[in-house]
Design a protein. Structure first.
Length: 126
């Protein structure tokens, strides 16, 4: 089981190559580069601050600021403008993780999230 652990609370540099290891053929939808501050919550971990760097209707790639998650962990993610959205940790590489959502965003909801976060700096999730 892969484990994601970050000891430094500073925002790490994002290595997007790590998020591409599964390749586009394993994804259900193309990803859009965004930058969004989010809160990720796991049953054992509590709330962890993270930053999404790519998003599709069915999942996202993110960097954790701290915490430990394992492949297969059930999580909820809070993105500004959206209710808490459930998903599963699909992979962990260094400080990055991939989340597959339990249900995809409706196209209008996905478009609204991208519009908020595509060209704007980090927005804190509540």
């Amino acid at each position: 089981m892969s484990q994601l652990s970050v000891l430094d609370t500073a925002t790490p540099a994002i290595d997007r190559r790590a998020s591409e290891r599964d390749g586009p053929s394993r994804r259900g939808a193309p990803r859009v580069e965004v930058e969004a501050a989010v809160r990720l919550r796991g049953a054992a971990q509590g709330a962890i601050d993270a930053r999404i760097f790519n998003l599709s209707a069915g999942g996202c790639g993110l960097v954790l600021k701290s915490g430990i998650f394992n492949t297969g962990d059930l999580v909820t993610i809070k993105i500004e403008g959206v209710e808490h959205w459930p998903g599963t940790v699909k992979w962990c590489v260094g400080q990055e993780a991939g989340i597959a959502f339990d249900r995809p965003f409706y196209p209008a909801v996905f478009d609204a999230i991208v519009a908020i976060h595509k060209d704007h700096g980090p927005d804190a999730a509540q």
